[in-house]
Design a protein around this ligand. Structure first.
Ligand code: HEC
Length: 132
């Protein structure tokens, strides 16, 4: 049971590859730089909340490189942390999709925006991972 869970976490970590968040999450490296800069709550308030949020700007395809860089930093912070509740593998997959698609938008990859719109599913994530 326990080893099955460990294997699953191991796979997720391997899948996340080079992401700094994954490294911190998997317990390798304890340098200050590996610590999340923002709590999940801060990420929500700074990146998601409101009609003119970074997320909204990005969804509209209007985010500048600076804004996307900022957004990426928020998601990398979020990816290093654990959710209030719910399955960690699901949480990691959602964060991986957010980080990956934001990186693609930053790189000018056309696949990034549709992938981001799908990844930034407020309700789905809150239902599974946010306490009421
Ligand atoms: C990957 C999962 C995930 C996604 C996607 C997500 N959220 Fe959240 N959100 C959370 C979690 C977890 C919390 C609880 C954080 C806490 O209080 O520590 C939260 C909390 C919040 C809060 C409350 C913050 C506070 O002050 O307590 C707001 C507002 C919010 N989210 C807005 C949004 C909006 C708007 C979107 C979509 C654009 C969104 N979130 C997408 C996971 C997510």
């Amino acid at each position: 049971m326990r080893s099955e869970k460990m294997r699953r976490i191991g796979r997720v970590c391997a899948g996340l590859g080079l992401m700094a968040g994954a490294i911190a999450l998997c317990g390798a490296g304890d340098a200050a730089g590996d610590k999340p800069k923002f709590t999940v709550k801060e990420v929500m308030e700074k990146a998601h909340k409101g009609k003119t949020s970074l997320a909204k700007t990005a969804i509209d395809g209007k985010a500048t490189k600076e804004e996307l860089t900022q957004l990426l930093e928020f998601y990398q912070s979020m990816a290093m942390q654990k959710p209030e509740k719910g399955d960690l593998a699901d949480w990691n997959a959602r964060n991986k999709a957010l980080v990956g698609s934001t990186q693609e938008m930053l790189d000018g990859d056309k696949a990034g925006l549709p992938a981001y719109k799908k990844a930034v599913d407020c309700k789905a994530c809150h239902k599974l991972h946010k306490e009421d």
